[in-house]
Design a protein around this ligand. Structure first.
Ligand code: ATP
Length: 515
């Protein structure tokens, strides 16, 4: 069986070969952790963004959207705390000259202990069969107990070091537990240093009047500085939310996992403004709703889990991640944070403007509290690609690569083929495309055998293929072939629109969220 690493490599190659994701400026050998989306990637990405946007602003009467600029007044980032505190702890290995995030090295160490425990449990479960009692095993097995104790020891030190911003202690953990560089295999580490992740540039033409500005490291602040504008012009009543999709930029220290960690990426964020004291209720509400949104994609419920934060950011009083099982383990794809009134209060202080809300029901003014849902477009894209990619062995002994993408997100919804390139079949096929193109992204293909054409569409995840043959000219029926089960059926041309719509409508996903 192929290792997870091999599968991930294949997935990256597939993304390139089929026009989903290319390294940025590839003809110049690329740019670290920057990627471009190709002709299929951009369609999938747009569909994903539409799925999120509509789930926010259509399904929730009290959520509206905005689109703020990437550039913002520099004081924004002073007020938000990013100038002073948006740092990652970095460490270098002196032999390999590679740079790592110290916190990530320790998280990986913790994951190794968890893996060891899981392996023992899996072995025992197999041995004892139905009689296996996992709790008892965890409480009594010496090897599990030993690994759990080590794990808990490291975890306790790690959390304390993070909360105290104790960089020397982070290094001490790395040294004490023999963390080696995966490349050089040595423990020859530098000290841990803080590194600010914001990119900066200058605005203005003359050197003496130029102003240092930042490329936003999160889209959230564009929402906070527009809170009053939206609340007033939209006559919004608390609770309400503001949603936004846009680019964010972070000078990530380590960027080795394809589009999982990029220096330019896209976020879909929603800030939900609530009464102080009600934030935990809304935190729970959005946690559950966001998980439903993910699960509605049908990638497998078992691939998601919540992971509560060990260290709360300076602005938060509760935070959890939705993690997804990628080929390199469970990783964060979305964060849900209870941000208190930190941001609005801080902007009020720095700007000198009154950002309070008058609550007519309470007859009282207050600074709203905020629940944030923050999801990465690119990480979600990766999770969808990873879960959809399959190398399938067919009954015929042949194999095929198929992307079992959620049909509503597939880049192309239907491919239309003439069986042969003559006898009026191309014209008939094109006339079907002309009818369908107003509602669905379709493609026309007349090259190679039908089997090869099916394979090409399977590899890009097209849910439906439509073949026009000689009989079509007589009975106005076509052969429809379905991607996942390869089933074929004969259907009248006039029913195609309905048939495709039934499969690819985003409504199918929305219904699962609201049910
Ligand atoms: P990590 O701990 O992995 O660096 P984070 O906790 O800093 O992530 P947030 O600040 O909570 O991430 O950002 C919200 C979301 O934005 C993340 O869940 C992720 O999907 C996305 N995101 C953050 N950084 C990146 C990045 N460098 N590349 C791609 N997506 C990112």
């Amino acid at each position: 069986m192929a290792s997870q690493e091999d599968i991930f490599k294949k997935l990256i190659a597939h993304c390139k070969e089929y026009g989903f994701v290319f390294p940025s400026s590839e003809i110049y050998d690329g740019l670290g952790a920057v990627y471009d989306y190709g002709q299929n990637g951009v369609e999938l990405k747009n569909n994903l963004k539409r799925y999120w946007w509509d789930a926010m602003v259509l399904l929730n009467e009290n959520v509206v959207g905005i689109d703020a600029a990437v550039f913002m007044h520099p004081t924004t980032w002073k007020a938000s705390g990013h100038v002073d505190a948006f740092n990652d702890p970095l460490i270098d290995n002196k032999d390999s000259k590679k740079r790592y995030r110290a916190d990530v090295l320790i998280e990986e160490l913790l994951a190794k202990y968890e893996e060891k425990i899981q392996k023992e449990i899996a072995k025992a479960a197999k041995r004892f069969g139905d009689n296996f009692d996992e709790r008892q095993f965890r409480e009594t097995n010496p090897r599990v107990l030993e690994n759990q104790a080590k794990h808990d020891q490291i975890h306790a030190r790690f959390v304390k070091a993070l909360n105290d911003s104790d960089l020397a202690e982070l290094k001490a953990i790395i040294i004490d537990y023999d963390v080696v560089d995966p490349i050089s295999g040595t423990k020859n580490w530098t000290d841990v240093r803080q590194f600010n992740l914001m990119f900066s540039t200058e605005m203005g033409s003359a050197a003496d009047t130029a102003m240092k500005i930042y490329l936003r490291p999160e889209t959230a602040q564009g929402i906070f500085v527009n809170y009053l504008n939206v609340q007033k012009t939209g006559r919004m009543k608390i609770p309400f939310g503001i949603a936004q999709i846009g680019k964010a930029f972070r000078n990530e220290i380590v960027a080795r996992q394809f589009i999982f960690r990029m220096r330019e990426f896209e976020q879909m964020e929603m800030q939900f403004f609530v009464r102080p004291g009600e934030e935990m209720k809304w935190f729970e509400h959005w946690k559950q709703l966001r998980l439903k949104w993910h699960k509605a994609l049908g990638l497998g419920d078992h691939k998601y889990r919540f992971h509560d934060h060990d260290k709360l950011a300076h602005y938060a009083n509760a935070a959890t991640d939705i993690e997804f099982e990628l080929p390199f383990g469970f990783k964060e794809i979305e964060g849900i944070h209870s941000r208190t009134d930190f941001d609005l209060s801080s902007h009020e202080k720095y700007s000198g403007k009154n950002i309070k809300y008058f609550d007519p029901e309470l007859n009282q003014s207050y600074t709203p509290y905020v629940i944030e849902t923050s999801i990465g477009v690119d990480r979600t894209f990766l999770s969808i690609m990873a879960a959809s990619y399959e190398e399938e062995l067919l009954a015929s002994g042949e194999s095929r690569i198929v992307l079992k993408l959620p049909p509503a997100l597939a880049p192309v919804k239907a491919a239309i083929f003439p069986l042969v390139r003559k006898d009026g079949l191309p014209e008939a096929a094109r006339s079907i495309l002309e009818q369908l193109k107003f509602d669905f992204k379709c493609t026309y293909d007349e090259k190679d055998s039908i089997g090869k054409r099916y394979r090409r569409q399977d590899a890009t995840g097209t849910p439906i293929c439509i073949t026009v043959d000689h009989q079509t000219l007589e009975d106005n029926c076509v052969t429809v072939r379905h991607r996942d089960n390869m089933r074929q059926e004969r259907v009248p041309i006039h029913s195609l629109h309905h048939l495709i719509n039934e499969q690819v409508s985003l409504k199918n996903l929305f219904k699962k969220i609201v049910e």
